[in-house]
Design a protein around this ligand. Sequence first.
Ligand code: ZN
Length: 218
Amino acid sequence: MRREQKHPKSKHRVEIPDDLAAFLRDVHELIETGDDSATIESDDLLQCETAYGGLIETDGNEYGFTYFPEKGVRHKWELELDVHDIANISEGSQTTLTLWGCQSDDCRCMFSDPDELCFYCDYIEDDHFGNFSIRDALPRLTAQGIEGITDQSSRDDVISILGLPDEAGGGVKGFAGFNFPWIKYHRDTCQIHFGFSKSGGRVKTVNFLPRDWKPAVY
Ligand SMILES: [Zn+2]
């Protein structure tokens, strides 16, 4: 499971590369002529070989762009520019951008917004969380101070060790067919969800969820 862990970014003033300036001149032209690609909200209606983007909000004047400063290299600039910035850049009265860059040497991504999260730097793999087979879950249960559960444990065995669960479900035929029984405990550090093979069957999977995790509501 990937978890957000934001790192501070450092401020840079960078020269606008020629290809980006040329693209923004085209964008300016499309804005001036009221072209659909510049007036419809989108992520990518405006495109060139090294950048893509579009109007962030209908009737707004802010545009979002993703620009790849070097061909074939993953790092990118995430830009937010309004119609005035785009006009100034296309007229040549603005030749630099203030951007916030990742501090890790091997990233080089830059952002207009200092609070933007970098896909590469601002998330960590957290192997404490996730859905595990019972075998892979055993050491993680031990790490949580839970002893006595094995791959032979049934629902009743787990309950005799951990007490009555905070939530339980499954074991009945629902709209989507038979639901396997499960029980869930809310603990100080995480939620632990045990899934069983069938009623009275053995524990098959253990899912460790963040403490404040909630199911998605549709
Ligand atoms: Zn980064």
